[in-house]
Design a protein around this ligand. Structure first.
Ligand code: GTP
Ligand code: MG
Length: 403
């Protein structure tokens, strides 16, 4: 199955370190990238390496347990919240990381609210448990009180079978399971299936724990994503093409790259999107990419040749390919019908207003401020062409890498 997961948390919680750990464990990287050493695959921009902080959402792919993952590492700093928020619209599942030494933060609660508003299936990972100050029981208690009591506690380990306490908790929350359980009819496959259904519906939140740095608990997390986050993109591969745009950047050569997640159908190089021809299809691993002749439903890729699509919008294929198909319903059926957001909506109607396009700071759909003082970050302002910025002190992340 193809799955897109995002790693989200407050600043410095260890998202990039966790992402690098997952990539290494899955064999996608030969050497583990480190943020401290400036060798991170995902924090690949010069400003990110210099400041040791994620500014742009980074992508990479890996395979594990027969599933193919697109991983998106998001920034945690509140100034870059809009960048994180844009990624939410393409996720099949979120890994909400909580620093085991600091517990639930205000920003964790804000991300949590966004995830619930958008119905993204959410897995918790309590990280930095290799540190002496880490207090897993206290963080679990905080999660229960401040975020949700419906935790599926797999922090003690998970290799495909639910621990006894989790089996009981699930039975308490589901009438059919309770009846089976009381009749002595515990069925591991049924329990797992129901846990996956409840997770997809946002009624259950699996919790894992460990350390992105040492690798502790990462195999459990991947086993959990494998068992509890089913998607069905294979079923909508023959449907008409539809995709959602979550980013637009300039590559080092100055070319415009549109980042999108394909929700249904497929697209080939030289194929048409919204009346424009695709020149290249790129699969990114940090700043590097490989070109492919084709991209399929469930995949996250960059495309060149497109000038119109904007982040937050959707794109359809050529109009003569028939009526919209069934569309992806994976990850709990939370996606709208593909193509529901036309690519060329006027700015006032775009779901995620993109300040910088009109020069004014704005507000994202979750109510986050998308304004940020880029000068304070030493970011190279506005060396791009195409948009006129009237208020450079407060604008979205439009740097030399962005459109
Ligand atoms: N001991 C320990 N340190 C960690 C762990 N994960 C991250 N760190 C450290 O925490 C700091 C921040 O790590 P990052 O991975 O950059 O955190 P982040 O959440 O990606 O940060 P932003 O993207 O900038 O919000 C670095 O010094 C890491 O080495 C962990 O599991 N254990
Ligand atoms: Mg980071």
């Amino acid at each position: 199955m193809k799955k897109t997961i995002g790693i989200l948390a407050h600043v410095d919680a260890g998202k990039t370190t966790l992402a690098e750990g997952l990539l290494h464990l899955a064999g996608a990287t030969r050497r583990r990238g480190g943020v401290e050493e400036g060798t991170s695959l995902l924090d690949c921009d010069a400003i990110e390496r210099a400041r040791g902080i994620t500014v742009f959402s980074g992508q990479a792919r890996f395979s594990f347990g027969g599933d193919e993952y697109a991983l998106i590492d998001t920034p945690g700093h509140a100034d870059f919240a809009a960048e994180m928020e844009r990624a939410l619209s393409v996720l099949d599942g979120a890994v909400l990381l909580v620093d085991g030494t600091e517990g639930v933060q205000g920003h964790t609660q804000l991300i949590w609210r966004l995830l619930r508003q958008r119905g993204v299936p959410t897995f918790f990972f309590v990280g930095k448990c290799d540190r002496e100050e880490a207090d897993l029981p206290a963080v679990l208690a905080q999660l229960r009180v401040r975020l949700s009591p419906r935790l599926l506690d797999l922090s003690g380990g998970f290799a495909g079978e639910l621990p006894a306490a989790a089996v009981e908790s699930l039975a308490e929350w589901d009438d059919e399971l309770l009846e089976r359980y009381l009749d002595g009819g515990y069925d591991p496959a049924l329990w797992l299936r129901r846990a996956a259904q409840l997770t997809a519906r946002g009624e259950l939140f699996p919790v894992f724990a460990g350390s992105g740095l040492t690798g502790q608990g990462l195999e459990d997390l991947l086993a959990g994503l494998g068992a509890l986050l089913p998607t069905d993109y294979e079923e909508c591969r023959e449907a008409p093409f539809a995709a959602r745009v979550f980013g637009v950047r300039r590559d080092p050569g100055g070319g415009r790259v549109t980042f999108l997640k394909i929700l249904s159908g497929s697209l080939e190089v030289k194929g048409e999107v919204g009346g424009e021809k695709v020149n290249e299809i790129r699969f990114y691993e940090g700043e590097r990419y490989t070109q492919a002749p084709r991209a399929l439903a469930g995949e996250v890729c960059g495309m060149t040749g497109l000038r119109r699509p904007l982040p937050g919008g959707g794109v359809d294929g050529p109009p003569d390919r028939g009526a919209p198909g069934k569309g992806h319903r994976g990850g709990g059926g939370r996606h709208d019908q593909p193509g529901d957001i036309p690519a060329a909506l006027p700015p006032s109607e775009r779901p995620d207003r993109t300040p910088g396009a009109d020069g004014a700071p704005g507000t994202g759909p979750g109510g986050l401020s998308t304004g940020v003082n880029l000068k304070a970050w030493g970011v190279d302002l506005f060396t791009f062409t195409g948009h006129k910025i009237h208020a450079p002190k407060a604008c979205l992340l439009y740097t030399s890498r962005c459109v």
